[in-house]
Design a protein around this ligand. Structure first.
Ligand code: NI
Length: 142
């Protein structure tokens, strides 16, 4: 899906970890992109669409937030616990899985107003060392 026609092009310089870039290049190679720029544009569009979807959601919802985080990141485990305690009433369940030497996987089941779910998800997303945050929601009672 293409968004409305963008006008003009602006060049930006971005610093990325080399392993992140090489994985990205491998994936876009396999998907037939002719240029890295086009793939990055599509990735940014997908990010915007995801954000706009989160913005539009409303009413009581049930869903999950999943994410991976680096447990060796100083203070991160405590911050994640703090966020979950802050949103206590809406968290129905959580599961923690130790993935490997440095990564942990967590899944939180939430039921609340969509705006609060978005707030919780954005709080988690904004923490340094948290990767692959995924939010899924559905409406109960339909
Ligand atoms: Ni762990």
């Amino acid at each position: 899906m293409k968004m409305e026609e963008e006008r003009g092009l602006t060049r930006i310089g971005v610093s990325l970890p080399s392993n992140l870039l090489s994985k990205f290049d491998t994936i876009i190679g396999g998907r037939g992109y002719s240029s890295r720029s086009e793939a990055i544009r599509d990735a940014i569009r997908a990010y915007i669409i995801e954000y706009e979807w989160m913005e539009r959601e409303s009413g009581d919802e049930i869903g999950t937030v999943t994410y991976i985080y680096d447990h060796s990141q100083r203070g991160l485990g405590d911050k994640l616990t703090e966020v979950q305690h802050h949103f206590l009433g809406m968290i129905k369940s959580s599961t923690h899985i130790h993935l490997d030497g440095e990564n942990c996987f967590e899944i939180i089941v939430i039921q609340s107003d969509a705006k609060k779910i978005k707030e919780l998800t954005e709080n988690i997303m904004s923490l340094k060392g948290v990767k692959h945050v995924k939010l899924t929601t559905t409406h109960g009672g339909i």
